[in-house]
Design a protein around this ligand. Structure first.
Ligand code: MLT
Ligand code: MN
Length: 310
């Protein structure tokens, strides 16, 4: 199984278009130790010919153009694509808006939770993925689902599970409630298994907390791509970028006693890679103390173009 990181940044990308914070300014200036990053998406394939995308970012056109494995096959006819399925893990802007670029009547399948499907169904712009050609398949949580699309089996099975998280920012209703209407299935994690070998990995790009059920699920895994949005819960406030904490945005922090380094440390996961990294996160600077802390703890910082074979 081959996994490609198409975009390792959180919503907004890195640099973010209107951000003049310390890290966005540094990467824009070409400062050593910084890499630009596109928004949150992976591609995965069992056979190298058919591919599933895990999340469809606003940068999808560039991501496809920069990834030859995702180009139309030369002798495959005037219109073709190796992308047969897109699985979305929540309704955030960085995860669904790329679907709009996958228009032009190309058959594939969209998989997501009932909560995410309700958002797609309520926004008619997503009908550019013609409903008679693009299947919308609601994932049953905790149920292995073989992926297929465009008339092809993909050789991968996914299991979606609800994780602690939050409704997409643009769906929040008012400021009076504490959870803004969030429910199970607003944010899911995925276990992706290659049918031929039984090898599997986890992809959890958004999670508010690694609670005991999630810890039990991922314990002993070969590989996880995890939410690396923020290093510390209040870093966006400290950098003057936002009034929100990570917790308020539904994202666990990397550091701290309840952070992902500490909570995953005893779980014996062989390979741990951060993705969905926000422009405020000091691990974006390869020369930072935060980056040293993360790497000393055995974590890798995902980057665009990163490839992992399982
Ligand atoms: C998030 O992950 O919290 C969102 O992508 C943030 C956003 O939409 O700006
Ligand atoms: Mn996001």
């Amino acid at each position: 199984m081959l996994i490609k990181v198409l975009g390792s940044a959180a919503g907004g990308g890195f640099p973010q278009w209107n951000c003049n914070g310390v890290h966005s300014a540094a990467v824009r200036a070409g400062k050593a130790g910084y890499k630009a990053r596109l928004q949150s998406s992976l591609a995965v394939s069992a056979d190298g010919k058919t591919w599933a995308l895990l999340n469809a970012s606003p940068d999808i056109r560039q991501q496809i153009n920069e990834t030859p494995a995702l180009h139309p096959v030369r002798d495959g006819g005037l219109r073709n694509s190796p992308i047969k399925a897109v699985v979305v893990t929540n309704a955030d802007v960085d995860h669904i808006t790329g679907l709009i670029s996958l228009r032009e009547g190309q058959p594939f399948s969209i998989y997501g939770s009932d909560r995410v499907m309700a958002t797609l169904n309520a926004n008619s712009i997503f009908n550019v993925c013609a409903p008679d050609k693009v299947a919308r398949i609601t994932l049953e949580l905790d149920t292995p689902t073989p992926l297929s699309g465009g008339g092809s089996d993909i050789g991968l099975t996914i299991e979606a599970f609800a994780v602690p998280g939050k409704i997409a920012l643009f769906l929040e209703k008012g400021d009076s409630s504490t959870n803004f209407g969030s429910r199970d299935g607003d944010t899911i994690g995925l276990k992706v298994t290659e049918d031929a070998t039984g090898k599997s990995f986890f992809y959890v790009p958004g999670v508010a907390e690694v609670d005991p059920p999630l810890a039990a699920r991922i314990k002993g895994a070969d590989l996880i791509f995890l939410d690396g949005t923020l290093f510390t819960d209040d870093e966006m406030i400290a950098q003057g970028l936002s009034h929100k904490t990570g917790g308020r945005m539904g994202h666990i922090s990397v550091s701290g006693p309840a952070g992902s380094i500490a909570v995953l440390q005893p779980l014996a996961i062989k390979r741990r890679i951060y993705v969905h990294i926000n422009n405020s996160n000091p691990i974006l600077d390869e020369n930072s103390e935060a980056r040293k802390v993360v790497e000393a703890a055995g974590w890798e910082v995902g980057f665009d173009g990163m490839e992992v074979r399982l």
